[in-house]
Ligand binder design. Structure first.
Ligand code: DOR
Ligand code: ZN
Length: 338
C-alpha cells in the first residue's frame, strides 16, 4: 500500500505546557489530530476549575487555526470533595494521579498510594463516572519502578471495580498481564515505548532526547507492547506522552525527562504498522479504541499518509523555545500528505 487514511486520530496522553512552548507544540497536534487528552502537570498544577478553564482557553487560542478538541484533566488531590468533582465533572475527561516525585512537576502528587487514603476521592470519581489516569511508578530501581507499582494497580482495580483506571504509558511486559486480568484496567501506549529500548538511550552515545519516565526498557518489553498495539487490543489506545522540554534543559546536567513526539507520531506509527503488515488495525489503535474506552465522538478528520521519506527536522523553534523531536535527523518511511 502506498497511501493510508487515518480517521480522527486521538492522542490520549499529551503534555502541551504553556505560554510560548504551548504556542510552539500545540499546532503539531491540533493540525493532524481530532483531539487529545491534555495532562495537568503545569507549574502550579491544574487543581481548580478557574485555572483549568483558563488553560483550556489558552490551548484553544494556540490551536485556533485547526478544528481540535482539547480533552482536559485535573491533577489528583486527596482532598477533592464530592461537590467539587460534581462541579467540574462536565469540564474534564479524567483526573490524573501522580505519586509524589516520580516525574516532572509531580512534587504535589500523592504522598501515599494507600487505598484507604485514596478511597474517598476515588469512590466519588467512581460514582460520578470520572476515570483516573495514573503514572504508575514507584521510586525504586529505575528499570523496576513500573513493575513495583503493579500491586498498587491491582488493589485499586479490586477496590474500585466501577472506576475506569488508565495505566498510562505502560512500558513493561509484566504490566500487560495485569491489564488483561481486570476489566476496569485500560492502558495507553507511546510511540517511544513501541519503538525504542534502553539501548537507544544509553547503549551507544547518550541520547537525552530519548530519556523519559518510565524509561524505555528491554527488547522483550518492546515486542510485547508492539503485539498489543499491532493487534489493536481493545483495552489499549494511543497516548504519545509527548512531553517537550527546552533543548537546553535536555542537553545539560540534570537533563529533564520527556520525549517530544507529536510531530512524528502518525508517521512513525504508520511505518511500524506497515512494516508488520498490520495497517488494518491502525485506526482502531489511534482512534476507535479510545472512542469506546472514553465514550468520545471526535471531530471528523481524515489524515492521508503516503509512503514517502520524511526526514525528521533537527529541531523546531518559536521565539526563545527550541525543542528536539524524537528521531531528529532520521528518515521515516511515511509522510503526512500536506
Ligand atoms: O518523561 C516524562 N515526562 N514522563 C512523564 O510522566 C512526565 C513528562 C513531563 O511532563 O515532562
Ligand atoms: Zn505524561
Amino acid at each position: 500500500m502506498n497511501s493510508f487514511i487515518i480517521n480522527s486520530p486521538l492522542d490520549m496522553h499529551l503534555h502541551l505546557r504553556d505560554d510560548d512552548m504551548l504556542k510552539l507544540v500545540g499546532p503539531f497536534t491540533s493540525r493532524h489530530f481530532s483531539g487529545a487528552l491534555i495532562m495537568p502537570n503545569l507549574l502550579p498544577p491544574l487543581t481548580t476549575k478557574e485555572a483549568l478553564l483558563a488553560y483550556k482557553n489558552r490551548i484553544k487560542e494556540a490551536c485556533k487555526d485547526d478544528e481540535f478538541e482539547p480533552y482536559v484533566t485535573i491533577f489528583f488531590q486527596v482532598d477533592y470533595s464530592y461537590e467539587f468533582l460534581i462541579d467540574i465533572k462536565d469540564e474534564i475527561i479524567a483526573v490524573k494521579l501522580y505519586p509524589f516525585g516520580v516525574t516532572t512537576n509531580s512534587e504535589t502528587g500523592v504522598s501515599s498510594m494507600d487505598v484507604e487514603v485514596l478511597r474517598p476521592t476515588l469512590e466519588s470519581m467512581s460514582k460520578l463516572g470520572i476515570p483516573v489516569c495514573i503514572h504508575g511508578e514507584t521510586k525504586g530501581f529505575v528499570m523496576d519502578r513500573e513493575k513495583e507499582f503493579l500491586p498498587i494497580y491491582e488493589s485499586l482495580a479490586i477496590n474500585f471495580p466501577d472506576l475506569k483506571i488508565i495505566m498510562e504509558h505502560i512500558s513493561s511486559k509484566e504490566s500487560i498481564e495485569l491489564l488483561k486480568k481486570y476489566d476496569n484496567l485500560y492502558a495507553t501506549l507511546t510511540v517511544h515505548h513501541l519503538m525504542l529500548t534502553l539501548d537507544d538511550v544509553t547503549g551507544g552515545m547518550l541520547n537525552p532526547h530519548a530519556f523519559c519516565k518510565p524509561i524505555v526498557k528491554r527488547p522483550e518489553d518492546k515486542k510485547a507492547l508492539q503485539e498489543l498495539a499491532l493487534n489493536a487490543y481493545p483495552k489499549v489506545m494511543f497516548g504519545s506522552d509527548s512531553a517537550p522540554h527546552r533543548k537546553e534543559t535536555k542537553e545539560c546536567d540534570d537533563g529533564a525527562a520527556g520525549i517530544f513526539s507529536s510531530s512524528i507520531a502518525l508517521q512513525a506509527l504508520t511505518q511500524l504498522f506497515d512494516e508488520n503488515g498490520k495497517l488494518d488495525n491502525l485506526n482502531a489503535f489511534i482512534s476507535l479504541n479510545a472512542q469506546k474506552i472514553y465514550g468520545l465522538k471526535p471531530i471528523n478528520k481524515s489524515i492521508k499518509l503516503i509512503k514517502k521519506d520524511f526526514v525528521v527536522p533537527s529541531q523546531y523553534s518559536y521565539k526563545e523555545e527550541r525543542v528536539v523531536p524524537l528521531f531528529a535527523e532520521q528518515t521515516l518511511s511515511w509522510s503526512i500528505n500536506t
